[in-house]
Design a protein around this ligand. Sequence first.
Ligand SMILES: [Zn+2]
Ligand SMILES: [Zn+2]
Length: 711
Amino acid sequence: MVEKIYIGVAWPYANGSLHLGHIAGCYLPADIFARYNRMIGNDVLMVSGSDEHGTPITITAENENITPQDVVDRFNQEQTENMKQFGISFDRFTRTTTNNHKEVVQDIFKTLYEKKHIYDKEVESFYCTNCNRYLPDRYIEGTCPHCRNENARGDQCDECGNLLNPQDLHDVRCKLCNGTPKLQTTTHLFFALSHFESKLSEWLKNKEHWKASVLKFTQHWLEEGLHDRAITRDMSWGIPVPIDGFEKKRIYVWFDAVIGYLSASIEWSRNQEDKDIWKEWWENPKAKHYYFLAKDNIPFHSIIWPSILLGYHESLQLPYDIPANEYLRLQGQQFSKSKGLGIWVPDIVKQFDVDAVRYYLSMNMPENKDANWTWDEFVIKNNDELVGTFGNFIHRVVTFTEKNFQTIPPQEEFAEKEKEILSAIDASMNAVSENLSQCRFKQGLKEVMNLAKIGNVYFNEKAPWKQLTIDENDCKITLHVCLKIVKALSICIAPYLPFSADTIWNMIGEKSSIHDRSWNDYKEPLQMGYQLTKPKPLFTKLSLKEIMPETNPFSKLDLRIAEILDVKDHPDADKLYLIHIDVGALGKRVLVAGMKSHYSPDELKGKKIVIVANLEPAKIRGVKSAGMLLAAEDTKGTVTLLNPGDVKPGSIVKINDIPHTPEKSLPFDQFLEVKLTVNKERKVIYENQLLRTEKGTVTTDHPVEENAEIH
Ligand SMILES: [Zn+2]
Ligand SMILES: [Zn+2]
């Protein structure tokens, strides 16, 4: 039975580049799901677009002295291009600044107003008499009541992270002119979310198929009681409010953006033969609507958007499932545009094979808990699994067949073992299918890889290179069966790795794009007699050393744990000690260090410390120092050694995601490029990341000021 599947994917904000957190959070899972559904014959409509209104965009425009339209044009173009490069197969990727979108939003707004789900209410709002305007939250700055940061914004303090209302700030000022705004009474329009409480509760009753986290989150919101929300703002960038008396105001960006799910469908429809075809998804009670997004977006899709739909028109379909993902983190931290922390899609599509990135993101998808992107794991998964298991199987089979027979050998009588393999193919295809239909993408991919492993084992057991010398016919049977596995693999990997799947498909003589074919085509006979050509490897091995930005000077350091064995005075310098240390596998050495005024020899003996083991040896007052111990010094002159805890001498001190690729001998000026400091919790950090041993983090021996420098 053909099902109508609607897939709405969260709208990326047009104020910055996409990063891998966005891709893993929603675009990739949505795309895998869409491609799978198309292959099993369902009618899929997948839409999204750039979210182009709101104050962050006007602020960017003001900072860069360009118009908001310039900002959104730039990022819409980039996002559209990146989605294509990443293989995200939208039926329509549009934007919220189209006329169509404006019309749909205004129609919904007016209807809700007429039905009294939108009402006006007086509120106090900051007004700047210099600028002659009301100020939205982001245009107000002042002192944070929690942490005294003087540059807190009207909506949030970036220092302490607290969410704020403009009225909470002390010493408020206008971001535009630095003047002091005054509170004035103004009228805004409110959306009566409270009207939909009982309908939403009713609707949630048969949502047992939802992820537990999404359902719980939504139920919790409902139990807290729904509050009406202001949906107009005092600004000029945005969709005009279609109500008399509100000409100067604009519709709040979140209210307009979610309506994009409907407006984009209508826009797509206009280019189809049947202009009203969108109704087959939206006004069809059998259509299933899926929304893909990251967890911070859940209430907009499970509460606010359904309420708008319920208030607007009873006939429109509500979400069937909202398989929201958790976050993908980078080195344990949240991707963040403002902190410049992320792996940006425009960079990554230039540097890597998109399918290799899609593979790692799918295997590491933050489906039920946060996941972490690490470069070394990316390399390992690529080299061991994608190249080593999957790519290698296909390459061996096709290369061997081409070399010895040139064409795909015909199907002969199959023995028991071969029948077993054929049913293993069926079982794998069903398992992948089952997982994909339930949005369990990670598990689905594991099943694909399992089939590749079955192929490798079978190929090795049969050893066609030996069969070739004994009975050529047996060899042909083995290859035929292996090629059947190759065919099945290309189909079940197609939703995940759309580009490589097509390459494999054509490699074995199948015509047209695999994405126009159906899931069950793996059962069809092979293209027997097809003239094979010598295949190129599907994927390439990566080397961590090559891909890691070598600009990171930390990777050149060889930080090690050492144990102090003995401490002697320097023969020619009052302030220096000669410190005898044991660095485990690296042997014993002597360091020269100016610790005399801070530690007595007895305090030092037996202590575990952190040293730079590969520093170019230097003569200090006539004595060679083989390395350097690390200590923190703050502005008050407090000096303290680092405390690595009870870790074996010789073990490496590292940062999770930075590879340990030390130079043999590190010049001192290169060491100086690495700025290690101490954070609030006395932990040692480098570029906001914690220094770690195999047992935990490195702290300081004694209390020291935050930001104390380490050298
Ligand atoms: Zn604060
Ligand atoms: Zn002002």
